[in-house]
Design a binder for this molecule. Structure first.
Ligand code: FAD
Length: 358
């Protein structure tokens, strides 16, 4: 049943599964859809003043919602607005991210072309500092305008105030506090060329060396092709994409923990085996969650139930069509336990869990 509460669309006992890329989760007590910043703020204020729990939803591509649903107000951000002035791009939070990337490539601007194909909304990109193929939004974001629920006002935060790190930010650290309204990016006019290609796999596919620039459209298309081969571009017909992309973040270990992990790998897999290792700042090393999962015996397509590992990418857990959130979490817990048992490393989920936990 739906009724109108001012201009904000309101639905009661509304199913949330269709709003997520997993297609999982029970209903929300109330689902509001806001199409302007004023509507977003009014809806958030109303929930906060009445002490109702609030769940902000963009494209639902990084959400795991419990089977019992969400006892509170779910607020869908459906605001629109793209402003491109010179090399400055400003996006309303509800803008579709992939469309925005395509638009910048068409306009000949570099900086987010390798983030093509990532589902979801522009407003969610600063939340987990979205990244892929050598680019992260934190490199181009200059400002994020948010409604600060604690202060009860709209504020604009400069990039250095956003505490961006690998798949993390101030917004993810304090999820009850900020609702992103607008995001501003500073892009580069490199005469139609991309930013230097950092990611080795992308450089290889483009036939260049890491650090080279390529025509923007080539960078975007190559990334889209690489992503599609891994089930990382949404396709309703392909269950490998009924996912949240990578389900686990790549573990970042202190040097001491990395040394212990490396010894464990050699003990288990043989002296010649080296785990992937990437520098991750002073005294820290990042390793690969996909490698850990695969080497612990959870290979592509693993599972016999309705939730399985993608047949195209070890890091994506997927709904094969009739899974429940509990099926998905059971698989996730099995993977976490198996990797911990094999290598002593505890994987952490990347998607946000709602009314459930791993
Ligand atoms: C096939 C596939 C591939 C993917 N590949 C990548 C990838 O390469 N790199 C990557 O980083 N991610 C990837 N993801 C994850 C996901 O697409 C991103 O995290 C995306 O930014 C989520 O956007 P969303 O609008 O769908 O957020 P949602 O799933 O709707 O929400 C995610 C979180 O952000 C919060 N949120 C959403 N909008 C706002 C807002 N306006 N203000 C405050 N909080 C908000 C939500 O409350 C929730 O906590 C992938 C997902 C899928 C399904």
């Amino acid at each position: 049943m739906s009724r109108s509460l001012g201009p904000v669309q309101v639905l009661h006992d509304a199913p949330l599964a269709p709003l997520t890329t997993f297609r999982l989760g029970g209903p929300a007590t109330r689902l509001l859809t806001a199409t302007t910043d004023a509507e977003v703020i009014a809806a958030v204020r109303e929930a906060d003043e009445s002490g109702t729990p609030l769940l902000v939803i963009g494209g639902g591509s990084n959400l795991v919602i419990g089977d019992k649903g969400f006892d509170g107000t779910a607020l869908r951000i459906a605001t629109r607005g793209v402003e491109l002035r010179g090399t400055t791009l400003e996006l309303a939070a509800g803008e579709v991210w992939t469309d925005a990337v395509a638009r910048t490539v068409e306009a000949g601007l570099a900086g987010i072309e390798c983030l093509a194909g990532i589902p979801g909304s522009a407003g969610a990109t600063p939340v987990q500092n979205v990244g892929a193929y050598g680019q992260e939004v934190s490199s181009t974001i200059t400002e994020v305008t948010v409604y600060d629920r604690r202060a009860g006002e709209t504020v604009t935060l400069a990039d250095e105030e956003c505490a961006f790190s690998y798949r993390h930010s101030r917004f993810k650290a304090d999820p009850e506090r900020y609702v992103v309204l607008r995001v501003r990016f500073e892009l580069e006019d490199a005469g139609g060329m991309s930013a230097p290609v950092k990611y080795a796999e992308a450089a290889r596919a483009l036939g260049v060396d890491p650090g080279d620039r390529v025509p923007l459209a080539d960078a975007r298309e190559t990334v889209l092709k690489l992503r599609a081969g891994k089930g990382m571009v949404l396709d309703a017909e392909d269950h490998d994409t009924w996912s949240a992309g990578s389900f686990f973040t790549n573990p970042i270990l202190t040097d001491e923990r990395f040394a212990a992990f490396r010894a464990r790998v050699r003990e288990r897999l043989g002296d010649g085996v080296e785990p992937p290792a990437y520098p991750a700042g002073q005294g820290r090393t990042k390793t690969s969650a996909a490698w850990l999962i695969d080497r612990a015996g959870f290979t592509k397509g693993y599972g016999t139930g309705p939730a399985r590992i993608s047949t195209k990418h070890t890091l994506a857990l997927t709904n094969r069509g009739d899974a429940t959130t509990e099926d998905l979490l059971a698989l996730a817990r099995e993977v976490v336990a198996g990797v911990r048992e094999a290598f002593g490393v505890t994987l952490v989920n990347e998607p946000v869990t709602v009314a459930v936990s791993l």
